[in-house]
Write a protein that binds this ligand. Structure first.
Ligand SMILES: [Zn+2]
Length: 141
């Protein structure tokens, strides 16, 4: 075997190990935080629904740790990240709306449902959606 082949094989194995080992991914972090948060809240509330949620969380952590297929775990993590990013985007938009509330208004396009930021001008205006190029009326007090 040539040196370069050995070199390549070494890194291939290393990559494989990185996928296989049970690193703390974002979904794990979320599950563990949920585990402790639910646990602490339930010390005070003693709610059966929270208890059930806590048990499901525990079981899911164990299930993920026992998964033999690392790609499945990665897939779950990707799905979780997609959902988390969507929620974060909505949250950021709400913060931006609150910061802009004095100089801008936000309206949804009735045609394509895109959220559009418009300068706050009193009266009735016609606005053209930048995405679908359709006109619609905007009222601002
Ligand atoms: Zn539109």
């Amino acid at each position: 075997m040539k040196f370069i082949d050995k070199f390549n094989e070494y890194f291939k194995n290393k990559e494989q190990k990185n996928i296989n080992n049970n690193k703390m991914d974002e979904l794990y972090k979320f599950l563990f935080i949920a585990f402790f948060v639910i646990w602490v809240i339930n010390i005070f509330l003693r709610n059966p629904i929270l208890l059930a949620l806590w048990i499901i969380d525990c079981l899911f952590i164990i299930y993920r740790a026992m998964l033999k297929n690392p790609y499945k775990r990665q897939n779950q993590n990707m799905k979780y990240l997609a959902i988390r990013n969507k929620i974060l985007e909505k949250f950021k938009l709400q913060i931006r709306k609150w910061k802009d509330r004095k100089s801008y208004i936000y309206r949804k396009c009735p045609n394509c449902k895109a959220e559009i930021r418009l300068p706050r001008k009193k009266g009735k205006h016609v606005c053209t959606c930048p995405r679908c190029k359709k006109d619609f009326d905007v009222k601002c007090n």
